[in-house]
Design a protein around this ligand. Structure first.
Ligand code: FMN
Length: 400
């Protein structure tokens, strides 16, 4: 069967491993992809553009200022065409530029302009790699969702021994293919995501809230939209900007969140409830600011509706239902209890007792709990958690 060709933009930077990119490019072409190579000036010292032009049958771009193949602005058209951008080898210099949003050559400008998944395969001297500044830049890229294809240990071209060698070409190829599978695999599906924490008013200026930042839910919504889903994001107050391509409904209270969710739930194929919804709200909301002298000793609370349980119990909701469990003790047991009690298909559990992970941070360590078993994930960027979660949720939709 003829495959739909995908466009892979391959960035080549000035490292000795640039010669291995010839094999990578051949492998991508062999797999039926259209490959467009962008080189830094430094990369052309190691391999010539002619080599890549011959391997790809496509023009190779080095300069921002060269004549573009058509009338469009070339770095923008390349950025839009790309289904995946892969940079291999990626120098310490380009990693630093990507981490800081610099765009002073064709490759970094294209990468910044592109919404496509970014795969980065670093290669460099072991001391360059181990410098805290490089490690910090790599962590920044990872936290933003870039896939880092880890270097391997061995003898380096400079004579040093250690991690620094470009990952094997086969491993980079697989990382690119994994991103391609995810491209538009959710097309045609409606995904409803909740995010952030709710605020339950005490009076016009005070509220009961929680520490949820919304980062996980926003990452899920953005990733689902990127993969072709029609996404509605219902979020409590969050400082984060609207994710690209999603319907965003900003609410304050648990009751408002319930109304916004129920209005969309029967149409959804996937519902991911990552919001931290307040379990209780003040029973009486003062219409004027409560004066210090009049403040009551206690605030009477009443229970908020359990939106997740309500969705799980309704027969007219056909969506795959995902709940989140933030726990401080017995994480897996409590998550498994929630799976059964709330009628969820999957519960994402995390231990919020570790202050370096979870609320407000860019990374988290989670468990995926389903009827089939439990998967313990490593510490991952929230974007990567979104990716892994959507892989599993899409599989649940397909298995029905
Ligand atoms: C022989 C040689 C090999 C190099 N290999 C690497 C390398 O593997 N990784 C790296 O980060 N820099 C390497 N460098 C340094 C980069 O080429 C240099 O930082 C350059 O400015 C990178 O430009 P670019 O990031 O725009 O491609 C090497 C330099 C030379 C002369």
């Amino acid at each position: 069967m003829e495959r739909d060709p995908k466009t892979i933009v391959v960035g080549v930077t000035g490292g000795i491993a640039a010669y291995k990119t010839c094999e990578l490019v051949r492998g991508l072409v062999k797999r039926g992809h259209r490959v467009k190579v962008v080189m830094t000036e430094a990369a052309t010292r190691f391999v010539t553009p002619l080599t890549f032009r011959t391997l790809t049958s496509e023009p190779v771009t080095v300069s921002m200022w060269a004549d573009a193949p058509d009338a469009r602005i070339h770095h923008i058209s390349l950025a839009e065409e790309a289904d995946v951008v892969v940079i291999a080898p990626c120098t310490a210099n380009v990693i630093a530029k990507l981490a800081h949003g610099r765009a002073d050559d064709m490759l970094t400008t294209t990468a910044l302009a592109s919404e496509a998944p970014l795969v980065v395969a670093p290669a460099m001297n072991v001391h360059m790699w181990r410098k805290p500044v490089t490690a910090g830049n790599v962590a920044t890229l990872r936290a933003r969702g870039a896939v880092i294809v880890e270097q391997v240990s061995g003898e380096l071209a400079c004579g040093d021994v250690g991690e620094g060698r470009l990952a094997p070409v086969e491993v980079i190829l697989e990382a690119v293919e994994a991103e391609l599978v995810r491209v538009r695999d959710l097309a045609g599906l409606r995904v409803l995501v909740t995010a952030g924490g709710t605020r339950e008013p005490i009076d016009p200026v005070r509220f009961i809230g929680n520490r949820s930042s919304g980062k996980t839910g926003f990452a899920i919504a953005e990733e689902a939209a990127r993969r072709g889903a029609r996404v509605s994001l219902v979020t409590g107050p969050s400082a984060l900007p609207d994710p690209f391509g999603c319907e965003v409904v900003r609410v304050e209270t648990a009751l408002q969140m319930r109304a916004a969710v129920l209005a969309r739930a029967t149409d959804a194929d996937i519902i991911i409830m990552s919001a931290a919804v307040a379990d209780f709200r003040p029973a009486i909301v003062a219409s004027d600011k409560i004066k210090k002298a009049d403040a009551p000793e206690t605030i009477a609370l009443e229970r908020n509706p359990d939106i997740l349980a309500e969705l799980g119990a309704r027969d007219d909701i056909r969506a795959v239902l995902v709940g989140f469990a933030a726990e401080t003790t017995d994480v897996e047991t409590n998550a498994r209890g929630k799976l059964a009690a709330k009628g969820c298909h999957l519960v994402v559990a995390n231990d919020v007792s570790d202050p370096t992970l979870g609320f407000g941070t860019d990374e988290n360590r989670v468990l995926f709990v389903t009827a089939a078993g439990t998967e313990r994930m490593d510490v991952l960027a929230k974007r990567a958690i979104a990716r892994e979660l959507l892989d599993r949720t899409a599989a649940l939709v397909r298995s029905r």
